[in-house]
Design a protein around this ligand. Structure first.
Ligand SMILES: *Cc1c(COP(=O)(O)O)cnc(C)c1O
Length: 391
């Protein structure tokens, strides 16, 4: 089947929840993705920050293959080796605490929200999140999301959420009441437009949480697992959260959500209080173990930093010649290019020239190559971007 045929049948049977591009992808290798028509694209969006090792990394494919032949599912009534190994690895990489496995970013945040409410129960149950944030699409996490455009029409929303502006510590201080149990923040806002908070602000939030006995949740569903050039983006700010949520890249393309909480907080969950049938599935955990091992073995954090600096430098060169670019920002390979105009047309033009990128918050191009991207691939992407942005 060619793309046109696949699209026609898909549109007939799939809910129209996505504005899809008119191509059907059939295979991928590293930073390259191939369509049903045989056209090859340079994929600089990595499946929405999921394919951090590129498409079909051999180590991940092998781990999935081996585990799928051994044991695919057990339910959480029994212990398994891949989940044990992964939980231990994650605690080694983050902070002393305990891990809960689920299947998506929204669910990881949902578990974090339930933990904070249980922890604050019965006195404290309110959570403050940031304006322009994104935390998921379930009723509770879309309420946590500080953007009304995602909430419209889904009333009644979940009670107990308040929003405060990023980098405004005074407003945040005012928003806190004796009912506040947690503050939830993305260390770099993704969907909101690759917004990097001030280090000072994040440090002040941490101090405020300590002083008022409020839990701090970092939603690293998009920023985590090396995307920003560090394993977790919070490592740029010199502060640790009480609860950390992960998803997207950790499963190497398989669905895996993770909530990590400090030991004392994790302890408020007793058997039967929270669960996920597929959470910690042996195959997804085996894939995640391969992702973490590969990042270390192939020194991908170093590559993300090196290639990220190079790409930002090249993008700033384009900015000098382009009347369209307002700002280039981000960390590592989580790069946002804010335009002075809407960016959907730019994304479409790049696609026509063989480059896949994304636009969020109407005007911000998101450029998220895999962490193992090569300099030659960046040069090729820059050539396309330059042509489109300086035209
Ligand atoms: C993508 C995302 C989510 C939601 O993850 P899903 O797996 O789609 O449920 C939550 N938080 C952030 C920061 C995200 O980028």
């Amino acid at each position: 089947m060619n793309s046109k045929e696949i699209i026609k049948i898909s549109d007939k049977y799939l809910m129209h929840t996505y504005k899809r591009f008119p191509i059907a992808l059939v295979s991928g290798k590293g930073a390259l993705a191939r369509t049903a028509d045989g056209k090859i694209y340079l994929d600089f969006f990595s499946g929405l920050a999921v394919n951090n090792l590129g498409h079909c990394h051999p180590a991940v494919v092998k781990a999935i293959h081996i585990q799928a032949g051994k044991l695919m599912h057990t339910s959480n009534l029994y212990y398994t080796v891949p989940a044990m190994v992964l939980a231990k690895k994650l605690i080694g990489l983050s902070f002393p605490g305990k891990v809960f496995f689920c299947n998506s970013g929204a669910e990881a945040n949902e578990a974090a929200i339930k933990l904070c409410r249980k922890w604050g129960n019965p006195k404290k149950n309110e959570i403050i999140t940031m304006k322009e944030s994104f935390h998921g699409r379930t009723v509770t996490t879309v309420t946590a999301t500080g953007q009304t455009k995602y909430q419209k029409g889904f009333d009644p929303l979940a009670p107990g959420f308040k929003y405060s502006a990023l980098n405004d510590i005074k407003a945040l201080r005012k928003a806190i009441t004796n009912k506040t149990t947690a503050i939830m923040i993305e260390p770099i806002q993704g969907e909101g437009g690759v917004n990097v908070p001030d280090v000072k602000f994040i440090k002040e939030v941490r101090a405020l949480c300590n002083k008022k006995k409020i839990l701090l949740i970092f939603d690293e569903v998009q920023t985590g697992i090396g995307r920003t050039g560090k394993m977790f983006a919070y490592q740029y700010f010199g502060v640790k959260p009480d609860i950390l949520t992960l998803a997207k890249a950790i499963g190497g393309g398989l669905p895996l959500g993770i909530t990590i909480a400090e030991k004392k907080i994790a302890g408020v969950f007793e058997p039967g209080m929270h669960a996920s049938t597929f959470g910690g599935n042996p195959v997804t955990c085996a894939a995640a173990n391969a992702v973490l091992d590969t990042i270390k073995k192939e020194k991908l954090l170093q590559n993300a930093n090196k290639m990220g600096s190079y790409l930002v430098k090249r993008l700033n060169e384009i900015k000098k010649k382009s009347p369209k670019i307002k700002e280039v920002r981000g960390k590592g390979l989580m790069i946002g290019v804010e335009l002075k105009e809407k960016g959907a047309g730019i994304v479409k033009e790049c696609m026509e020239k063989g480059l896949l990128i994304n636009c969020t918050a109407e005007k911000v191009l998101r450029i998220y190559p895999p962490l193992n991207v090569k300099k030659a691939e960046i040069d090729k992407a820059v050539k396309i971007l330059k042509g489109v942005l300086t035209r």
